[in-house]
Design a binder for this molecule. Structure first.
Ligand code: PLP
Length: 382
């Protein structure tokens, strides 16, 4: 049972996807055509923002969003210690320095107080990550405080399509947000794509120019830019899938509720905490265990794939060593990196498959519980 199930998804959507891709081929407009514009409008409407610019990956979206928000060589950008490395790579790509701050020990999301303490004269932006699809619960307060300090808030919403707190949808509180449509994401294409979402027309225009060799829509004097376009096929597939996102996220939440129930009062495992009232979209369902390897072996023996998101905190990644500044200790992120693992939670799981996952959770709890009981009783006998 795999962690993601693109083949099942394609089997269900095949006529619509084939028709959209066919349309791209027969139109002859395989790049920079109408599907990109159509998806940008649809995703902007769905998020409730004025502008969406589609680019060729989430990493690129983060980098150009930061550049358009004013991040330059030598600036500092605050990022959480537990995330996919792209959050820091995008900062480094601009010649700026990631400043790594710990995460909250329960939700594993950027510790807002630590982030505000880390803001200094060189800080140009803060990048909270809606990790695992959980919308950051304190973003509105962070956004207000950062506006006061003239520091940009750029959301890494690469894992959070459709997530929301009671106050706002993920991807609308900062000056800009970056999304990824990598194939395993809640909303994905069959290739690579990402997007910048923003309400600011000037920021959107800058991202569009970056995407197109520095050229504006009517030409003019070019600034510096690159070619950051995705293909039309990627956009056409996104247009077909977008209307399903709500139902897919609901299916992920239903699976998560089932796992939550199985883990309530569990002797060895605990899920990552979800702040009350949040619309978490469970890009990953993440469990913590001190004896993680044992649990992963149990799932593997039952034919169930698991993964670790992420095995190292950012400061401990060899590729980032010496390139980031670490503000304070990252104890919570490091503890999580030792304990977390992800279970399949995608919308294509059958009820039987979800029950198999629940059965491993329950059986493992009984086994470790019995062993703990035996240890306890042998100690009592001494
Ligand atoms: C939190 C986070 N940020 C950034 C990215 C980068 O997105 P992409 O893989 O589309 O470049 C990802 C994707 O895996 C991600 O999960």
């Amino acid at each position: 049972m795999p962690l993601a199930a693109l083949a099942r998804e394609y089997a269900a959507l095949r006529p619509a996807i084939d028709a959209a891709v066919h349309d791209v081929f027969v139109s002859g407009r395989v790049v920079r055509g109408p599907w990109i514009a159509r998806f940008e409008r649809a995703w902007a409407r769905r998020l409730g923002v004025r502008h969406v610019v589609l680019v060729h990956s989430g990493t690129t979206a983060l980098a150009v969003a930061l550049a358009a928000a004013g991040v330059r060589r030598g600036d500092e950008v605050i990022v959480p210690a537990l995330t996919f490395p792209a959050t820091a790579e995008a900062v480094l790509a601009l010649g700026a320095r990631p400043v790594v701050v710990d995460v909250a020990p329960d939700t594993l999301l950027l510790d807002v107080d630590a982030a505000l303490r880390a803001v200094g004269p060189r800080t140009r932006a803060v990048v909270p990550v809606h990790l695992y699809g959980q919308p950051h619960p304190r973003l509105a307060a962070l956004a207000r405080e950062l506006r006061r300090r003239r520091v940009a808030l750029v959301e890494d919403a690469c894992q959070a399509h459709g997530a929301a707190t009671p106050g706002a949808r993920s991807g609308v509180l900062g000056v800009a947000a970056a999304f990824s449509f990598y194939p395993t994401k809640n909303l994905s294409t069959y290739g690579e794509a990402g997007a910048v979402a923003t309400d600011d027309p000037r920021l959107a225009a800058r991202v569009r120019a970056w995407r197109n060799h520095g050229l504006g829509p009517r030409g003019g004097r070019p600034r510096f830019g690159l070619n950051l376009w995705p293909g039309e096929i990627e956009a056409a597939i996104l247009c077909v899938k977008l209307p399903h996102l709500r139902a897919w996220n609901a299916a992920r939440r239903a699976a998560a509720r089932q796992y939550d129930r199985a883990l309530a009062g569990h002797p060895r495992l605990r899920p990552v905490a979800n702040a009350a009232g949040n619309r978490h979209v469970y890009h990953q369902y993440v469990v913590r265990a001190r004896d993680r390897d044992l649990w992963r072996a149990r799932f593997a023996a039952a034919g169930i794939e698991t993964a670790v998101h992420y095995p190292r905190a950012l400061p401990d990644l060899p590729g980032l060593a010496g390139r980031v500044r670490v503000a304070g200790r990252c104890d919570a992120a490091r503890a999580a990196a030792r304990e977390v693992f992800s279970l399949p939670v995608h919308p294509w799981l059958t009820e039987t498959e979800r029950r198999r996952i629940v059965a491993v959770l329950a059986a493992g709890g009984r086994q470790t519980g019995r062993r703990a009981d035996r240890r306890a009783s042998s100690r009592a006998a001494l």
